[in-house]
Design a protein around this ligand. Structure first.
Ligand SMILES: [Zn+2]
Length: 314
């Protein structure tokens, strides 16, 4: 396969410079395809993965970065089910913290009716939950197969599109702005976050909020496990910290309103079992066993490394 158009060198999305140093450099074929399933690692393509840090602003990002042409390999549609079991998903959801933050926003704002959009919504479970809180909520999802499956299973608040189609979504549902915008496990997948956060800011006014959940590049898990950290792979184009996210949102007129992270000490009891996973991972990479094929990240370790930030438009 011609791999020339699957990755492209880029400058720093935050400050525009191209003065960066390499943190991790994984050569093509780092995971043997006979031993591992690798779609989110490299799309099953013969491409390497390089993670760099900007010397000017500290942003950590993938460079060269996957291109839109590589997306169909890195995000295969074959893993999406035909039908979504909403009863089960709504009963076992993990959006408790996000819903608490939205309730806080509802208590503070003097705006009467609130519109919300969840970007990268998968099956639109979060918009359904936000509707239960009294917001009028929409889900925007890039993957056509997710949208089809959700619609077929009874979800009517999901729309197909990328973040760049936010304006079209607003026009099609007849709203002027989205008071709450959620990016849950999404911002680390964007190709041009500065431009995309600008599009978000154009759909909000003073006091509106963006709620972001992503992995914290400064977390204990990353500091301990380094190149073996679970969250490192080709789907993840940006590796933010509190500082780089604050800079990204400040460019579009947002202030950090709240930050929630699980304290490092709560992760400590997890460390022995995660180290055991890492030991298995290293053994699998070194072995010649290609009978028991496993997903490359099955035993890549992590701790409570996600954090959630609320940005309020000034
Ligand atoms: Zn920079």
């Amino acid at each position: 396969m011609n791999t020339n158009n699957l990755q492209k060198s880029r400058t720093c999305d935050l400050c525009g410079t191209d003065n960066a140093h390499v943190i991790y450099d994984f050569p093509p074929g780092y995971y043997d395809r006979d031993k591992f399933t690798t779609f989110s690692w490299d799309g099953g393509l013969e491409i390497g993965l390089k993670i760099v840090q900007c010397n000017s602003c500290g942003l950590v990002y993938q460079n060269p970065c996957i291109t839109p042409e590589a997306m169909k390999f890195v995000y295969p549609e074959s893993i999406i089910p035909e039908k979504i079991e909403y009863d089960k998903l709504l009963a076992t959801h993990k959006f408790g913290l996000i819903l608490d933050l939205i309730r806080k926003f509802q208590a503070k704002t003097n705006k009467k009716t609130l519109n919300a959009v969840d970007i990268g919504t998968r099956y639109a479970v979060l918009p359904m939950l936000m509707n239960q809180l009294g917001l009028t909520s929409y889900g925007l999802e890039y993957n056509k197969k997710c949208v089809e499956a959700a619609r077929k299973s009874g979800c009517d608040c999901i729309h197909q599109g990328e973040l760049t189609s936010l304006k079209e979504l607003a026009a099609s549902v007849g709203v002027q702005e989205f008071h709450v915008i959620t990016l849950i496990d999404v911002i680390e997948h964007l190709l041009n976050p500065s431009e995309e956060i600008k599009l978000i800011s154009e759909m909000q006014s003073s006091g509106d909020v963006v709620i972001v959940t992503t992995m914290d590049n400064d977390s204990l898990g990353h500091r301990l496990f380094k190149k073996y950290w679970y969250y490192i792979h080709s789907q993840h184009t940006f590796y933010f910290t509190k500082e780089t996210l604050v800079k990204l949102f400040a460019k579009q007129g947002y202030e950090l309103d709240e930050l929630v992270r699980i304290p490092g000490y709560k992760s400590i009891p997890q460390i022995p079992s995660e180290l055991n996973k890492l030991r298995k991972h290293l053994a699998k990479r070194a072995s010649t066993d290609n009978v028991h094929k496993e997903w490359f990240a099955t035993n890549r370790p992590h701790l409570f490394d996600l954090f959630t930030l609320v940005f309020r438009k000034s």
